[in-house]
Design a protein around this ligand. Structure first.
Ligand SMILES: Cc1cc2nc3c(=O)[nH]c(=O)nc-3n(C[C@H](O)[C@H](O)[C@H](O)COP(=O)(O)OP(=O)(O)OC[C@H]3O[C@@H](n4cnc5c(N)ncnc54)[C@H](O)[C@@H]3O)c2cc1C
Length: 406
């Protein structure tokens, strides 16, 4: 009997959890499942800001796919997806191609620079293990250069983060915590280091509880972070950035510009001809694309609107994993010719933003606010619970954040 081929693209939160669920729920004769990913590891994207700041080694963040996926049941192909041809049911890879009967797209996000001149060329962004490692090493290199370069090159010691959303705040908190260690390591007077956040909107962490935002900003300012709110980055070049506030322009010299102000779905999806809205596929309630009954999209490549607020659900790991459950269930229905497909209903369990070490802010369950150590413990509980779900107790003990009560 010819079994249908299910191909899952991307081993991020959405793709790997879809694969693991399919591994559990499909019978031996239901389908062949193939997982395609650029690397032979999965990574916890939600920890990348720590890798980029150098407060957590990237080996803690990456997890070999073979440790969590059963290769006797799932075909794993390590390759890079170049494009998708939905009309031919084909995926073009760097080193070959695959045909599918059913496809799951979980290729994640890309940085969105909104056409700001020079950002793509001169700023860094946090989107993978490789990009995070590059930022860490670049900052360390510039600190090392400072003591050997002629003149007082403060631009080498100025770290600018564009965007005060979750990623921007979590990264700047980590880097602010790391500065004392960097100064000691590279013989630098801490007074000479500048850590600055530039945000175009009037507030940090837009839409988040105001009391918690104030707490976060106070804590970060105490650690030396300089906030420039209501300030647009107009240009980035090899010397730094040009900003504008109330019509006044200013140049800020920095060799360390990290752009963390926007993400969009992986451009492969739009380039392959799928309908997109701001780079993401507006999926149907069962997570299939508007035009293809055999293509599901999970995670940051998909967009769904909250009927209560009429705003899109935020692109988060939490939602990507919940989408994976629905996509896997619906694939099982399709390959076994079973009844109706399930509708995706997100179960929003709150949001916690880390401020580094043992500090964080969050709103959980029925709007309960947390800050400081209790929020930080909650963040680590969420991270550990994910590892437990992904690879059981062994993975949680190996990679988890078990220092939460210390
Ligand atoms: C620093 C940071 C902190 C965050 N913190 C939180 C948080 O606290 N809570 C939360 O819920 N969300 C958080 N997010 C958002 C969350 O990480 C994303 O929403 C989530 O990773 C999306 O999952 P995904 O499966 O769509 O994609 P990803 O997790 O990005 O995975 C995509 C996968 O596809 C692979 N891939 C990409 N392109 C190709 C290609 N061409 N060929 C083959 N493989 C490819 C990648 O290697 C990767 O394995 C954070 C994001 C960042 C950057």
């Amino acid at each position: 009997m010819n079994k249908p081929n299910i191909v899952v693209l991307g081993a991020g939160y959405g793709g790997i959890m879809t694969t693991i669920k399919l591994e559990k729920i499909l019978g031996d004769n239901d389908a062949n499942v193939t997982l395609v990913n650029k690397h032979d590891y999965h990574y916890q994207t939600t920890w990348l800001h720590e890798n980029a700041a150098g407060t957590l080694h990237h080996d803690r963040t990456r997890i070999p796919i073979k440790d969590v996926v059963n290769f006797n049941k799932i075909n794993f192909v390590q390759d890079t997806v170049k494009s998708i041809e939905p009309s031919n049911k084909k995926v073009i890879l760097e080193d070959g191609e695959l045909t599918y009967d059913y496809l799951v797209i979980g290729l994640g996000f890309e940085s969105a620079t909104f056409g700001i001149e020079g950002l793509k060329e001169h700023a860094f962004s946090i989107y993978s293990i490789n990009s995070a490692r590059l930022i860490r090493e670049h900052i360390e290199y510039n600190f090392a250069r400072y003591t050997t370069e002629p003149g007082d090159r403060r631009d080498l010691l100025t770290i600018v983060v564009g965007g005060a959303g979750f990623t921007g705040i979590e990264f700047i908190a980590e880097i602010a915590n790391r500065v004392p260690e960097l100064c000691q390591e590279y013989d630098i007077d801490p007074e000479k280091v500048r850590v600055m956040n530039v945000e175009a909107g009037p507030a940090a962490l837009a839409g988040f509880d105001e009391e918690l935002v104030e707490y976060a900003m106070n804590r970060l300012e105490e650690k030396g972070v300089e906030f420039r709110l209501g300030t647009m980055i107009k240009q980035c070049n090899e010397n730094g950035i040009l900003v504008e506030k109330d019509g006044e322009q200013e140049t800020i010299d920095s060799q360390n510009v990290i752009w963390a102000a926007g993400v969009t779905g992986n451009s492969i999806v739009e380039e392959s001809g799928f309908e997109v809205s701001r780079g993401r596929v507006p999926v149907r309630e069962d997570l299939r694309t508007p035009d293809h009954d055999n293509v599901f999209v999970v995670g940051d490549c998909a967009v769904l609107f909250n009927p209560e607020t009429e705003r899109p659900y935020p692109p988060t790991a939490q939602i990507a994993m919940q989408m994976a459950d629905t996509a896997a269930h619906n694939l099982k229905q399709l390959v076994t010719n079973s009844s109706e497909l399930e509708t995706f209903k997100p179960n929003l369990q709150g949001t916690v933003a880390s401020l580094g070490h043992t500090d964080a802010i969050g709103v959980v369950f029925d709007g309960k606010k947390l800050y400081g150590r209790s929020a930080s413990i909650m963040k680590k509980v969420i991270d550990n619970r994910y590892l437990l779900k992904l690879g059981g107790i062994g993975l949680m003990l190996k990679k988890g954040k078990l220092d939460m009560f210390r």
